[in-house]
Design a protein around this ligand. Structure first.
Ligand code: NAD
Length: 470
């Protein structure tokens, strides 16, 4: 009897496409192209060819990027539900993400680098001009697929570079749709999306034709990306993980701030790089802070993001859910108390109950690492020095916040935090015009505002002899 050869199949991959799951059900609902790493040579070549025309005409770039912003805004009704379907976030947040993507395109479309003369007092006339770098690799995670993609491609394109964009395999669909909308108004090859599983990202990061690798993701992958980019000595910008602390001072008005603090931790199901991931409360206020946050966790409507009543969706993927569950279980086993939640929800999909943990040992992974999910440890402190030392005591340095009625006192404490952004009485809000940069393991390089534009440019200096010596 003839035997059939057994074919080893990768789960979820068929006919050159991979499965995309709805985190609210855990079920596959669509597929995306599983592009191979060896396709990148031709893609990067096309990107390089498109660069010649794109870099030449700043006025045409402004016009095209403004048209792209309008096209994205108009595509919101199609983009937002697709984003919710693959990412899990509530539909209102997906609409906000699309709006922010359009706003970012508009902001960078109208930004241009400044050519200026420089002098050191000698009779030499120098001028600093700015030149684009070439094809940029933009590699992004699954928590804000559109917003983070635009945080890379808007400044890179405005600066006169072309972009090869790789979304996470968990969220490729809305990004493909977004790029199709944007590419419609841009010259061929200026913005290209590639989708697929590793080693697509690592090959893109180390591709010799790429001149800037702009990466957002975890610290571990960031290290691998930097090592890969070292092969071609491409510039790297790394926006990595965070473990932001919120320090409440003893004059904090708990009732007044509780909603803001809760949502700074739980928005997008806690899957925000600069979410509040630890709360430090003075011993006197501690019981009430735990209780106020737990009440809000219990009251939050959790469910599929397409349901208009839902405020908190599922965790994005099974691996991330397992991590959240593991960190929570380790904390509980070490003596922590779940003031709210503490477990998965008994339903299909990747749902975890919004969880507030009290009495957590400070060396628990849920405190020292990035949980990136709907779980918030609350820790008591006796002195502000102790709280500041704890806040600064991890390898991360993305953001932090201080909360108190006396704003000047809160600002003085915030000044002691080792991170890129501090907030007073709120957290995790960014302006398009501000620099965004992590310190320590949270990042390398600067994104956002004019700094983000210059991060995609190189100085080009024209150095002339002064009049007297010419
Ligand atoms: P991740 O590092 O696993 O993946 C990020 C991207 O890199 C994905 O597109 C992935 O496919 C790709 N990738 C995976 N391996 C690669 C490799 N070897 N070389 C090149 N690319 C590779 O991160 P994630 O789980 O998708 O996202 C969560 C992380 O992102 C969290 O740590 C979060 O804090 C961080 N993040 C940071 C910021 C920021 O601005 N600092 C913003 C959002 C998210």
């Amino acid at each position: 009897m003839p035997t059939r050869r057994s074919v080893r199949r990768v789960p979820g991959v068929r006919g050159g496409r991979f499965a995309v799951r709805d985190p609210a059900t855990g079920q596959e609902f669509d597929t995306a192209p599983d592009q191979r790493a060896d396709e990148l040579d031709a893609i990067v070549d096309r990107s390089h060819a498109a660069w010649r025309g794109w870099r030449a005409d700043p006025a045409a770039r402004t016009t095209a990027l403004l048209a792209a912003a309008d096209a994205v805004a108009a595509a919101g009704p199609a983009l937002a539900p697709l984003l919710t379907r693959e990412q899990g976030k509530p539909l209102a947040e997906s609409h906000a993400e699309v709006a922010r993507t359009a706003a970012r395109l508009r902001y960078f479309a109208e930004l241009s680098p400044e050519t200026r003369p420089i002098t050191d007092g000698r009779a030499v006339r120098s001028e600093v001009r700015w030149r684009p770098l070439g094809p940029v690799a933009a590699i992004v995670p699954w928590n804000f697929p559109l917003q983070l993609a635009s945080a890379k491609f808007a400044p890179a394109l405005a600066a006169g570079n072309t972009v090869v964009l790789k979304p996470s395999p968990f969220t490729p669909l809305a990004t493909r749709r977004l790029a199709a909308v944007v590419a419609e108004v841009l010259p061929e090859g200026v913005l290209t999306v590639v989708t697929g599983r590793e080693p697509l990202g690592s090959r893109l990061a180390s591709h010799p034709g790429i001149r800037h690798v702009s990466f957002t993701g975890s610290v571990a992958t960031g290290r691998a990306v930097a090592a890969g980019a070292a092969a071609s000595l491409a510039r790297v910008t790394l926006e990595l993980g965070g473990n932001d602390a919120a320090i409440l001072l003893d004059d904090a008005d708990v009732e007044r701030i509780a909603d803001r603090l809760f949502w700074a931790a739980f928005r997008n199901c806690g899957q925000v790089c600069m979410a509040v991931k630890r709360v430090y409360a003075p011993a006197r206020l501690y019981p009430r802070v735990v209780e106020a946050l737990a009440e809000r966790a219990e009251d939050t409507v959790v469910g599929a993001g397409l349901d208009p009543d839902v405020r908190l969706g599922p965790v994005n993927n099974a691996g991330q859910l397992a991590r959240v569950e593991d960190y929570t279980a380790q904390a509980l086993a070490a003596g922590a108390r779940a003031a709210a939640g503490g477990h998965r929800l008994d339903r299909a999909g990747y749902f975890f109950a919004p969880t507030v943990l009290a009495d957590v040992p400070p060396d628990s992974p849920v405190v020292t690492e990035e949980q990136f999910g709907p779980v918030l440890p609350v820790l008591p402190y006796d002195s502000v020095d102790e709280a500041v030392a704890a806040a600064n005591g991890t390898g991360f340095g993305l953001g932090g916040s201080v909360w108190g009625t006396d704003q000047d006192r809160a600002a003085a404490v915030a000044d002691r935090l080792e991170c890129g952004t501090v907030w007073i009485n709120h957290h995790a809000e960014l302006s398009l015009a501000q620099p965004f940069a992590g310190v320590k393991e949270s990042g390398v390089g600067v994104a956002g505002g004019p700094w983000g534009l210059y991060g995609n440019l190189r100085p080009f200096v024209v150095h002339r002899l002064g009049e007297a010596r010419s």
